[in-house]
Design a protein around this ligand. Structure first.
Ligand code: ADE
Length: 248
């Protein structure tokens, strides 16, 4: 899948794109990342990309000319792409959105164009040139770059072959709308804390049942909001809430 990042700060991404699973996925050709340098489209001798807000107020605003020109260049280079503006005003980026972007990116050759701004915001007239707006959470970053990396990480790991044989992206946290069950590895006893007996016995059905219950209780205790949206039976829901209440 192809990602194109529109940014003033290409250097920001260097380490992240080379490291670990993402680095391997790029080497294997499963993921490509291209950049469009916003500075090139800056105006005047100083290649300015931001300006004071009309009407006054704190902070600077990304100018429409440079951003829209950069988007047009990205679109021309990736026909069929989806252009996403990263902004705290966007729809919330959650696992179902990552899944949606991964399947769109797999099918369409153009992939995803991620537009990162700095400063206080984008001139409103930039919005019609984008297909979507995403926020990675209800907080304000210094710019969209960290958000673009979050999107790339979450989407890339859902692409076939990226995680390799050792892991299935489907059988884990949030894939069924639940938090993950508790995990353990060696040693069997760590500073007096033992691994739950059921995990040592090799009874796959028992292990699966224990994990399911743990995931339900953990979600009910930590993120009851997820429980409401998860595909569960009414019994599951009642059981999880009661178990979580008993434990509290
Ligand atoms: N840019 C600044 N804050 C952001 C956020 N929370 N999500 C996406 N882009 C952003």
């Amino acid at each position: 899948m192809r990602f194109t990042i529109v940014t003033l700060f290409q250097g920001y991404f260097a380490g992240a794109l080379e490291s670990g699973i993402l680095g391997r996925a790029r080497e294997a050709g499963l993921v490509t990342v291209d950049f469009v340098d916003l500075r090139v489209f800056g105006e005047g001798r100083h290649r300015v990309t931001d300006d004071y807000p009309f009407g006054g107020g704190a902070g600077m605003v990304m100018k429409p000319g440079p951003v829209v020109s950069a988007i047009e260049v990205a679109r021309a280079a990736s026909p069929g792409c989806r252009v996403v503006l990263l902004t705290p005003q966007g729809r919330l980026f959650r696992q179902p959105v990552a899944r949606e972007l991964a399947s769109a990116g797999r099918e369409g050759p153009g992939g995803l164009v991620l537009v990162c701004g700095r400063y206080e915001g984008f001139d409103e007239r930039i919005r019609p040139y984008c297909d979507d707006e995403l926020s990675i959470g209800d907080f304000v970053l210094m710019g969209g770059e960290a958000a673009a990396l979050v999107v790339i990480e979450a989407v890339a790991r859902l692409l076939p072959g990226v995680l390799g044989a050792e892991a299935s992206s489907e059988e884990e946290t949030l894939s069924e709308g639940l938090l993950e069950y508790p995990q353990y590895t060696r040693p069997r006893s760590f500073r007096g804390a033992a691994v739950p007996e059921v995990l040592l016995g090799g009874h796959h059905a028992d292990v699966a049942a224990w994990r399911r219950r743990q995931a339900l209780v953990r979600t009910a205790r930590r993120r009851p909001d997820l429980l409401d949206a998860a595909p569960l039976s009414d019994d599951d829901r009642r059981w999880a809430r009661r178990a979580a209440a008993d434990e509290a």
